[in-house]
Design a protein around this ligand. Structure first.
Ligand code: ZN
Length: 240
């Protein structure tokens, strides 16, 4: 049975942003006005002016609108000390779920933002298939996530920054170009690419600075121990 989703989603579980009101589009005739919910409190306020600037009447504006929400979810990951990648799962004009990257804190190599959003949406809709849904994610999906996207029958994927190390939408491999694998998912990359990439670069710049300070003995006690070890080196997720 498919759950009713004509209202904001209460997001459950680790790696999924807390439910909070997000600024609605000013355009009362726009269906995006229904896309409330699922971006964490505190991020929503800073998001308001960014969303207000977007012309959601155009297809490109609509993509940017939802990418902004994914960016907000990415900031949830950053706040948790994880590589800042965020994802939003949309059906029609409605946000079904959001997710953020949290493999380190979750002790879960599969806990990428896309996986968190897919799991939350599938749970919400009580269906392991998510036909007609779109996934917006700030970083090009990896092979694992591309596989999950195909299994879920996602109709369309929109990503921000390209990932030259693990990107599976054309940067390293193109899983969606393989017609034997793909169930006709439409893929669009490069939406708010510069901003999405900047969020990652700033994260790793902070990490490198913290590492330098730790080596120089400038950091507070315990800082070095809290740093990510080699197994989860963020450099494997994004070029340094
Ligand atoms: Zn992934």
């Amino acid at each position: 049975m498919v759950a009713a989703i004509n209202k904001p989603v209460t997001a459950p579980a680790c790696g999924v942003a807390d439910n909070a009101a997000v600024a609605k589009s000013d355009k009362s005739t726009n269906e995006l006005a229904a896309a409330t919910g699922t971006v964490a409190e505190g991020v929503a306020a800073s998001l308001t002016p960014l969303l207000a600037d977007i012309d959601t009447d155009s297809a490109a504006g609509r993509d940017r609108y939802f990418m902004r929400l994914a960016q907000a979810a990415a900031e949830e990951a950053r706040a948790a000390g994880e590589v800042p990648v965020g994802a939003v799962l949309v059906r029609g004009g409605e946000v079904i779920a959001t997710g953020f990257n949290h493999p380190i804190g979750g002790h879960d190599p599969s806990a990428h933002a896309e996986m968190a959003a897919l799991r939350a949406a599938a749970d919400k809709l009580q269906n392991y298939r998510l036909p007609g849904c779109e996934l917006f994610v700030t970083l090009e999906p990896c092979l694992m996530c591309a596989g999950a996207i195909m299994h879920a029958r996602i109709a369309r994927v929109v990503f921000g920054a390209r990932d030259p190390k693990t990107g599976a939408c054309g940067s390293v491999v193109d899983a969606f170009a393989n017609t034997q694998l793909n169930h006709h998912t439409i893929v669009l990359g490069g939406v708010l690419e510069e901003e999405c990439g900047a969020a990652l670069k700033s994260f790793f710049a902070d990490r490198r600075r913290a590492a330098r300070e730790a080596r120089a003995g400038l950091a507070e006690p315990g800082a070095a121990e809290r740093m990510v070890d080699g197994r989860d080196d963020p450099g494997t997720r994004w070029p340094l």
